[in-house]
Design a protein around this ligand. Structure first.
Ligand SMILES: O=P(O)(O)OC[C@H]1O[C@](O)(CO)[C@@H](O)[C@@H]1O
Length: 255
């Protein structure tokens, strides 16, 4: 099914321009906490990268003042580099452990990250998709957005109904992520295993955050440009429950 043939009617997104990234992160954290209080077995979709970090810090702060038991909650990471040793600090398994599992008190057995070091990557990707479906899907998915509009590691050109699979990373994505690899783009893996756009759209609710002027064009394309494969994040406009949390700089190209 091509993205153009998707028949679901378009719905309006809630767009909130916060005073700064910290304020936007607080809003996202409040939303997550409300879900987890109401449903202690909720399943949270967690992103990595710089964008969601203040959300996880805000959650940890809130839980220090008002403790909440997350030991029955689940978390599913969006993506992982292919071929990376999961023990390396740059692996998304390590990032999720350090930013989500340990500080927030998830049970490690209930936190899943795609297996980018599997021998049979296609089978591991299918198993990951099936594991999300088998527990009834993600309740709330946290997303960032790449400079080129990617969500997860779904680069421009990804089908809007794509599922978890191995993808080639765009050069601009590898260059953007070189900062996590001692600034050396040659150390950034060339492939990743990512939830597809179709996987992401199966989440019941989605919160996308974007901060800084470097994301402004990608945000404008996603929200105001055509809904097409050139802008992976534009697919979010096909979902019924999406909240976009921006700082002023990331909102600066919106009309
Ligand atoms: O938040 P960053 O580091 O700018 O990266 C943008 C987005 O790209 C991804 O890293 C791809 O996984 C997202 O998780 C992230 O939020």
């Amino acid at each position: 099914m091509s993205s153009a043939s998707l028949a679901r009617p378009l719905t309006s997104l809630r767009v909130c321009v916060a005073s700064d990234a910290e304020a936007a992160a607080e809003l996202a954290a409040t939303r997550i906490l409300a879900l987890l209080r109401e449903k202690p077995t909720a399943s949270l979709g967690v992103a990595t990268g710089s964008t969601p970090s203040p959300v996880y810090r805000a959650l940890a702060r809130a839980m220090r003042s008002t403790p909440l038991d997350l030991s029955r909650a689940r978390a599913f990471a969006l993506d992982e580099y292919v071929g990376i040793d999961p023990r390396l600090p740059q692996s998304y398994r390590s990032v999720i452990d350090a930013e989500v599992t340990e500080p927030l008190g998830f049970d490690r057995r209930l936190v899943s990250v795609p297996d980018g070091s599997a021998t049979d990557l296609a089978a591991a990707a299918s198993a990951y998709e099936a594991s999300i479906d088998s527990i009834g899907g993600v309740d709330l998915q946290i997303l960032g957005i790449g400079h080129n509009g990617h969500i997860g590691f779904n680069e421009p050109g990804s089908a809007h109904d794509s599922l978890t699979r191995v993808v080639d990373l765009a050069e601009e994505t590898r260059e953007a992520n070189a900062r996590f690899f001692d600034g050396d783009v040659d150390l950034v893996p060339r492939q990743a295993m990512t939830q597809g756009i179709g996987t992401i759209l199966k989440a019941r609710s989605i919160v996308l955050l974007a901060f800084g002027s470097g994301k402004a064009e990608a945000v404008a394309q996603a929200l105001e440009g055509p809904i097409d494969q050139a802008s992976p994040a534009s697919a979010l406009r096909r979902h019924a429950d999406v909240t976009i949390l921006l700082d002023k700089a990331a909102a600066s190209s919106l009309s």
